[in-house]
Each structure stands twice: as structure tokens, then as C-alpha cells.
Design a protein around this ligand. Structure first.
Ligand code: ADP
Ligand code: MG
Length: 843
């Protein structure tokens, strides 16, 4: 009996009770195959209700459905069915439905009440796939609102239940210890470079050793179908492994081949599998594991602006799960194809997908469900705000969402394509233009590592030119031609090497191409072969990457400006060297020495402005702007044509500049200190002080003082009529100042606070006004002979302070009363001064 039955009563009670359950039981306990059947048997699905089991992997969904259908005793697609991205085996009778990826989430968007669904099981939840996280959040919302009767269970072999319990509270956790035997772990003694010695050869060698050391079946983990194929060949070539059945297991196999891998045999078997056998599927009888330590891991690639699946090293937690597969029925052995030392450097755990993937596709699905505030969405683990903003901005650029955040009709159509929104949008464009195959091939070419090697030297460059032509309107075209060539040559290493093509990467494009064609067919597109124009294909690229539109700044350099205010440099090896406008499908940030980042634009496609108008008619702005041109040092009128925020064309002219705008702009330059008005001298400042003192000392005259704001107005009046810095610099200020006051006020100013004072001896002397204190009269002793007592202005109301100077202009005394000076000070200093300046008059 499977261990899961030990917890059956607790599980059923919890489902009936709170309806939110966390199930923890080791792999092979019977979670995936038995719990859906328990719900059915115990009447938890009602009369006709369904249990939906969300699986991270398509292969697992199909195999589990098949197994459960056998156990229930009905044909697949009857009581038990499955629904994966491009394939569905369900019927009206289906009560247990295994699904993958966005299928459940899409169902929730189209029918938020989830009619007909009684329970949802989230399987393999520890893997923290994006769709698991988001579908769980939506299920919780639906259960809390319209469907309190919905049952939810989260299942996993290894789960840190703490945060999840809090997230699902109130919920119950049911766990089972299961049974397992010890597994001996062996590492390689020395590190192996898989570039020099292929991983499949190392694996085959270690398989031979494992087969000799144990008696059961073997399970080998490899990252993908290609490596699995090579491993199967290598194992078949080892003498020590003759007589064993060798079976591949991965998602690209036919259903029959997949079934063969999990079937039972008389002979010992070796299964070479992707990480689907890590926890999703249990293969009975395995006692030895050979683990490459590699897997294809989905990650957002900021260079390409898409999610990619590249081969990477798995985390320590994944490696432990893989090892555990050997200890299910007896003690086992696990051989790891890396060293113990290297093991210590592996990450303990993989990051949840929500933290490492581009969210554009799920955000679009959430929008379709009417959730416009994606940041407020109750995420199990909140993604970074930046990722959400990036997703929303991309969707807006693709025309999938409106500025207010709601989904558009184009966005809804895009959801029909289970692909990244960029490609969904490209397929939509391709449908109109009849070039679906080309878009499918381009999509496939951008998924893996590039197929063209860099730096092949002159010979490679020449060979490429001869075969593929010299100039292309898109770097994609070179890639497509290269791949078609490699495909025709059967990926021959020699032929590929001559043209600098990475044969292994090129080989992997074929199945991806087929997958994308299926995606297109699934959405009802015509994928027939036909003659297509390069222009149409290039328009499709533009439709998918409008946020990466670039304009060459000049013909001499490779410098460019991009939409969203970015700058970059076109890659030197790009075949688009002439087009002023292009779209870059790859953007790489290269850090420089001094911390500066240069942005390299690759995989370019030449586009034309007319196409922008055709595809995005609403995104053009004609702007007329009057601005200060710092280089020409003058105000110019600029006419700009923009696509979004990218200036496509700008013309500037010094003519027809409105004078009031010019005055305001020049004033700002003056106030900021970038233009100096040369005639704004001491006399101007004195005049302003005089006006202010007049206002202060004689308020009854009703002359307003001149504050900071008035100064700016003054400057503006000085600038009026000018358009250049030079004009402002040389413009006389005094006439403007005089205009500030009425003739009457001017007369009053000169009368009350004159610039010069006529003294008793008939001489005129200049007065200096300051912001504070009395006006000051400076005069040499000789000029003051005959003047006595106190001096005053302003009709006698403002006393004047006198600064008495020696013949050399040095101040001797400051006084307000000349009488006292003549009496008390003058007699004492006169002898000394008259000796020093004998030629002056001394009275
Ligand atoms: P869990 O989900 O807890 O890992 P499963 O429900 O997948 O466990 O599997 C329970 C048991 O059922 C396994 O130990 C295995 O023996 C058996 N089993 C599951 N799927 C298959 C299959 N396709 N063929 C043969 N046996 C299977
Ligand atoms: Mg399972």
C-alpha cells in the first residue's frame, strides 16, 4: 500500500473542513496519482465536479493522466484526462484533469467563478513555477469571494511550509514521512571540462561503474533531448552495459516512446531523462543515479528581452532530490558528475520563477482577468516592482494594454498564443502578412545560444559572403540563411565550421521551429510554405520589438538613440550598416572601466518610418518647441517629429521665434548666470537702491520698492526684442530702468534722493546710497573748504554722512557734522598733511 493512504482520513477531513490543505509527502508516496482519486471516491467533487491538478511539466501531466486512467479503469480522456499547451484529451465525462502552465489561469480569466471545478491541486509546488504561484493566488481570491466551496490543496515532497501556511491561513498541513533507504553519494575525483570531454561520454563511463556496483535499474539525468540522445548512443557503445535496455525520456518524444520509458522490462534498464524524473515521475526499480548536475533553466535574459531556457548547473536541493530517486525500494548509489568541492559552490536552492522570469505573459493574463493593479495583487512572493513595471511598459508598447492598464482587443488576441507576448505579437503581424513560418523560425533562432560563432576570421567572413550575400536588411536574415544551410548539410561539423556555424546549437533549432509552428497552428494560423517578402518579415520584427527601436545619430559613427530615452551603439558586425532606423532584438549592457555602461545593439533589423506610421499610427507627435541652443548661444525654434519619445527628425531655425518666449528663455539664462548683461553695472545697482530707499524713507510719495521679482521683470524687459546671448549682453539697461518709473516719479527721485549734492561752496559731490545707513558723500578736504555744519537731502529729512579724504583719496574721518571736524580734528592733522602735500592749498 502506498504511504499516502496512512494520511487519507486526515486529508479528507481537512479538505472537507477548511478546504485549504498543504500536503507534504516524499516523492513516490502517491500524492499525484492517489489524492485526485481519493477526492472522487469520498464525494468531495460533488455530483459532476472536477478536480484540476496543476503540473509544472507537460510530460508529467500526460503520463500521470495515463497512469490514473489505468488505475480508475477508464480510457484516457474519459474520467481522467489532461490538457497541455498544444494538446487536450478531455471530455464531458472528465472528473480528474491534469493541466500545465497557463491553462488554469486562462480558465480563471474567462470564467472567474470556475464553474464545474470543485477542487484544485497544486502539484510539485516546491518548484515555485510562475504559474503555480499566480494560479494559487487567484484560486485563493476566488475561494474567498465567489466560491467558498472550492477546495485547494498544495502538494510537495519538500516544502518549507511556514510561509505557505501563513499565506493560506486558515489552512491545515498534513504530512507523511514515507519510506526511504540510504543512498551513497559519490563525486568525481577531478573536475571534468565538458567542452573537452562531452558530458554523455563521462556519464556512460560512470553508468558502467554504477551498473557493476548495484543490481537494479539506472537513471541518468541530462539537461535536454540532444544530450539525452547522445547519452543513449554512448551507453549503447559501452561493452559493460550490453544487455541493458536504454530508454530516453523527455517531452519531445512521441507519447508511445514516453510510455516505453516508464514500462516494466525483464532486463535491467537505463533511463536517460530530463529533470522530469527528479520529483514529478517515479520510475520503479531504480537503485543507481548518474547525475550530470545540469538542467535547462528558464530565466529572463535582459539582452534579448525574453525568457530563455539555457543549460545551467542545478541547485544542491535539486541534486538531493535526484539522489533520493535511488533509495525508494532498497539502499542505492548516486554518482555526481562534479567534484565535492564544486558542490559546495552550488546555490542551495533555485530562486522562485517569479523572481527570475519576465512577467509580461502572466501580467497580460491577469489583465485579462480584470486585475489592473498588478502590484496590489496578493502575490505569494511579490516580484520586484521593476519587473512589474517592465512587463507593463512592454505590454503597452506592444499595444496589448491601454495607458490606464486595461487589456486591449489586440492583447486578448495575443493570449491565444501560448508564447512570450513579443512573439505572440509577431505572430499576429505574421498572420496578416502571410509569413508565419519565418516568424516561427526567427522565434526558434532566438531561444537557445546563438548559432553563429564570432570572430571566425577572414576565411569565414568570405565563405559567408559567398554563400549568404554581403548585405542583409536584417541580421535575422543571415541567421535564417545560415540555419537553412546547416539543416541542408545535416549539421555536418565540417560544413558548419567553414561558415562559423555552431552545429550543435543549429541542430537544436529544428525542434523549436516545429514547436513554434505548432503554437501558430494551435492559434489557427496558416503555416503553409509560401514566397514571402523580406519587408513583411521585417515589419513583424518591428511589431514584436517596438520598444527597441533605434535611430542612428549620424552616418559617421555607430551611435544611436532609442525609445524610452536610452542610448546605444550598433554592433560593428551587424549587416545593417546603412539604415538610419532599425530595431535591435538584442540589447547588451557592457560595463566599462570607469563604471560607465555602454549599450550594444545587436540582431538588428532595418525598418522604415512609413512602417511605424502603418503599425503604430497613434504614436506620432509633431512638436514645435522654442528653446535655448547652448551651442549657438541663441534662442531657436525647433520642429520635431517623434515616435513615442524618440526624435525622428528635428529642424531648428533662428527665425520666427516669438519674442515673448525668447525673452522668457533668455531671462532664465541670465538668472542662472549663464549670460551676463555687461551694462548692468554699479550705476544700475545705485539707481535700484535709490528707488528702494525713496520708498522706505518717503512712503507718502507712493513709489514702490524694487524687489527680487521686479528684478526678474526688469531683466525680462531688457531681454525683450533679443534672441541671442550677444544681443542681451550688449543691451543698455539704463533706458529700461528709466521706463520703470513715471516721469513724475523720476522727478521726485532726483529731487529727494539726487545722485549729486550741491554743497554750500557751490561744488557738486557724488552721493553713494547703500541698502542700510545714511547716504554717503566722499570729498577731499580742499573740496570741503567753506562747507560747515550738517548736510541733508530729501528736503532736509535725510542726514548725509561725510567721508573726508586726504589728497591721496585716503579717508581721514567719517562725520555727520563738519563743524565739529573743522574745530576739533582739522587743527591736529593739518600740520602733518600740509608737510606731506605741500603743493595743495591749506587754509
Ligand atoms: P508522488 O506524487 O507522491 O511522487 P505518485 O502518485 O506519482 O507519487 O506515484 C505513486 C506510485 O505510483 C509510485 O511510487 C509508482 O510506484 C507508481 N506509479 C506512478 N506512476 C506510474 C507509472 N506511470 N507507471 C508505473 N507506476 C507508476
Ligand atoms: Mg508527484
Amino acid at each position: 500500500m502506498l504511504p499516502i493512504y496512512e494520511i487519507e482520513p486526515a486529508l479528507v477531513a481537512a479538505m472537507r473542513g477548511k478546504g485549504r490543505v498543504i500536503v507534504q509527502a516524499p516523492t513516490g508516496s502517491g500524492k499525484s496519482t492517489q489524492i485526485p482519486q481519493m477526492l472522487l471516491r469520498h464525494g468531495l467533487l460533488g455530483e459532476k465536479g472536477e478536480v484540476v491538478v496543476l503540473q509544472p511539466r507537460r510530460l508529467a501531466a500526460r503520463l500521470l493522466a495515463k497512469r490514473v486512467a489505468e488505475e480508475v479503469g477508464t480510457p484516457l480522456g474519459g474520467v481522467v484526462g489532461y490538457q497541455i499547451r498544444l494538446e487536450s484529451r478531455t471530455s464531458a465525462a472528465t472528473r480528474i484533469r491534469f493541466v500545465t502552465e497557463g491553462i488554469l489561469l486562462r480558465q480563471m480569466s474567462f470564467d472567474p467563478a470556475l464553474r464545474g471545478v470543485s477542487a484544485i491541486l497544486f502539484d510539485e509546488f516546491h518548484e515555485r513555477h510562475l504559474y503555480g504561484d499566480i494560479s494559487l493566488a487567484r484560486a485563493r481570491q476566488i475561494q474567498e469571494t465567489v466560491r467558498p466551496d472550492l477546495k485547494i490543496a498544495v502538494m510537495s515532497a519538500t516544502l518549507d511550509a511556514g510561509p505557505l501556511e501563513a499565506y493560506l491561513a486558515p489552512c491545515e498541513t498534513v504530512s507523511s514521512q514515507g519510506r526511504s533507504f540510504p543512498v551513497k553519494i559519490e563525486y568525481l575525483q577531478k573536475p571534468v571540462d565538458f567542452e573537452a570531454e562531452p558530458v554523455w561520454d563521462v556519464a556512460a563511463r560512470e553508468c558502467e561503474r554504477a551498473a557493476a556496483a548495484t543490481g537494479g535499474d539506472l537513471l541518468v539525468f541530462m539537461p535536454g533531448s540532444y544530450e539525452i540522445g547522445r547519452t543513449v548512443q554512448a551507453i549503447q557503445g559501452r561493452p559493460g552495459l550490453r544487455g541493458l535496455v536504454v530508454l530516453p525520456l523527455h517531452g519531445e518524444l512521441s507519447p508511445e516512446a514516453q510510455d516505453r520509458a516508464v514500462a516494466r522490462y525483464e532486463r535491467r534498464k537505463v533511463i536517460v531523462s530530463t529533470n522530469v524524473a527528479e520529483t514529478s515521475l517515479t520510475i520503479d526499480g531504480v537503485t543507481a543515479i548518474v547525475d550530470s548536475g545540469l538542467a535547462r533553466i528558464a530565466r529572463f535574459d535582459p539582452h534579448r528581452g525574453i525568457n530563455t531556457l539555457l543549460v545551467e548547473r542545478i541547485s544542491a536541493a535539486s541534486a538531493d532530490q535526484r539522489a533520493g530517486r535511488a533509495g525508494r525500494t532498497a539502499p542505492g548509489l548516486c554518482i555526481r558528475l562534479w567534484t565535492e568541492r564544486e558542490h559546495g559552490r552550488r546555490p542551495a536552492q533555485e530562486l522562485p520563477e517569479v523572481k527570475r522570469l519576465d512577467l509580461a505573459e502572466v501580467v497580460l493574463t491577469l489583465k485579462a482577468a480584470g486585475i489592473s493593479d498588478t502590484f496590489g495583487f496578493p502575490w505569494l512572493e511579490k516580484p520586484e516592482r521593476r519587473s512589474l513595471e517592465r512587463a507593463e511598459s512592454l505590454l503597452a508598447d506592444l499595444g496589448a494594454i491601454e495607458p490606464a492598464g486595461g487589456i486591449t482587443p489586440v492583447g486578448r488576441r495575443m493570449l491565444q498564443f501560448p508564447a512570450h507576448p513579443r512573439y505572440a505579437r509577431m505572430f499576429l503581424a505574421a498572420e496578416e502578412r502571410g509569413c508565419v513560418r519565418a516568424v516561427a523560425l526567427m522565434s526558434a533562432l532566438t531561444q537557445g545560444r546563438g548559432i553563429l560563432l564570432r570572430g571566425g576570421g577572414r576565411e569565414v567572413a568570405q565563405a559567408r559572403e559567398e554563400l549568404f550575400g554581403e548585405e542583409h536588411e536584417s541580421d535575422f536574415f543571415l541567421l535564417m540563411r545560415a540555419w537553412q544551410y546547416a539543416d541542408k548539410q545535416g549539421y555536418s561539423l565540417d560544413a558548419c565550421r567553414r561558415l562559423g556555424i555552431h552545429a550543435q546549437s543549429a541542430r537544436q533549432v529544428g525542434p523549436l521551429f516545429e514547436q513554434f509552428l505548432e503554437v501558430a497552428r494551435g492559434a489557427g494560423l496558416d503555416t503553409a510554405e509560401r514566397r514571402v517578402e523580406g519587408t513583411d518579415i521585417r515589419k513583424c520584427v518591428l511589431a514584436g520589438f517596438p520598444d527597441q527601436l533605434a535611430r542612428r545619430l549620424d552616418a559617421g559613427t555607430l551611435r544611436c538613440e532609442l525609445v524610452h530615452g536610452r542610448k546605444g551603439v550598433l554592433a560593428r558586425e551587424s549587416s545593417i550598416q546603412r539604415s538610419p532606423l532599425f530595431v535591435a532584438a538584442e540589447i547588451t549592457e557592457v560595463g566599462g572601466r570607469a563604471g560607465e555602461v555602454s549599450v550594444l545593439l545587436g540582431l538588428a533589423t532595418a525598418v522604415e518610418e512609413a512602417w511605424l506610421k502603418e503599425l503604430f499610427p497613434g504614436d506620432f507627435r509633431d512638436a514645435r518647441e522654442v528653446a535655448y541652443d547652448g551651442a549657438a548661444k541663441r534662442v531657436v525654434s525647433r520642429r520635431e517629429r517623434r515616435f513615442r519619445d524618440l526624435v525622428l527628425e528635428a529642424k531648428s531655425s533662428a527665425e520666427d521665434v516669438p519674442l515673448d518666449r525668447a525673452a522668457a528663455i533668455l531671462t532664465a539664462e541670465v538668472v542662472a548666470g549663464r549670460i551676463k548683461i555687461e551694462t548692468w553695472d554699479e550705476a544700475v545697482e545705485q539707481w535700484i537702491v535709490r528707488v528702494n530707499r525713496l520708498a522706505e524713507w518717503f512712503p507718502e510719495l507712493e513709489v514702490n520698492s524694487l524687489g527680487e521679482a521686479d528684478r526678474v521683470t526688469l531683466i525680462e524687459q531688457v531681454c525683450y526684442g533679443e534672441t541671442s546671448a550677444k544681443g542681451v549682453r550688449d543691451k543698455p539697461v539704463m533706458p529700461v530702468l528709466r521706463d520703470w518709473l513715471t516721469a513724475e516719479q523720476l522727478a521726485v527721485l532726483d529731487d529727494y534722493l539726487p545722485e549729486r549734492l550741491v554743497m554750500g561752496n557751490g561744488r557738486k559731490s557724488r552721493l553713494t546710497y547703500a541698502k542700510e545707513g545714511p547716504p554717503l558723500l566722499s570729498a577731499r578736504i580742499q573740496e570741503l573748504y567753506g562747507v560747515d555744519g550738517r548736510l541733508a537731502i530729501g528736503h532736509g529729512r535725510v542726514p548725509v554722512r561725510i567721508e573726508v579724504l586726504a589728497p591721496n583719496q585716503r579717508p581721514i574721518q567719517v562725520t555727520e557734522d563738519l563743524g565739529r571736524f573743522w574745530r576739533e580734528v582739522y587743527p591736529k592733522i593739518k600740520p602733518e598733511l600740509s608737510r606731506r602735500y605741500p603743493r595743495h592749498e591749506w587754509r
